[in-house]
Design a protein. Sequence first.
Length: 255
Amino acid sequence: MKILITGIAGTIGTILASDLEGDHEVHGLDTRPVARPNTAAVDLRDASAMASAFRGKDVVIHLAADRRHEVEIGWDDLMGPNVVATANVFDAARTSGVRRVIFASSMHVMGGYESDEAYRSIVSGRYGGLDPDDVPLVGGDMPVRPDSRYAASKAFGEALGRYYADAESMEVVSVRIGAITENDRPGVDQRSWVAWFSQRDVAGFFRACVERPGLRHEVLYAASANRWKIYDTPYAWRVLGFQPTDNAEDFRSSG
């Protein structure tokens, strides 16, 4: 297949391009020049400048965004890269006849649930009296509860995905991504034991999103097979026929 990755120079884009290029024809867009074949520097806020890159592609993986999710990050920062650019990507994909769009969303879209018990205790590392197998998981079909403007911008992208799936018969997979780290280990915050997503699981998960037949519209949580869960990652594994390899607990005592 011919795959276009936006934000190909980022952490996830680099992982996916390296994994997929052996079996697929990978193309990429980024805001800066990239030393990789079939890539171009394009401002996704400029619909006319990016349109030609979508022609003839089978799948688009839309990763490009301002990823800062702190509550003080406002719309002046987010409107262009997260709202306008995402709308342009979906519209260019529709116009060009792209079959499937995989949209990089975030668990932060549902981060409001982390203020509720028992989720609050889990993300704070307070496990006393809790059994990870008995915690009801937050499903992809539950009401959206963004924890920041960034998260609201991602909820907008998910809503666009629903629209284009229903109105334009496109295949859309919105992936609510957990926490990916440069050193490929859980971070220092307690939430990492829930959200950590190893780099090899990132590659396998997105490969399944690209190659799995029969997907029409899905909203999927993406993390490794971590013991402590808040979000219904097992549903995504069943839909995709994918089983993650890693578990954050393997690092719990390794320092």
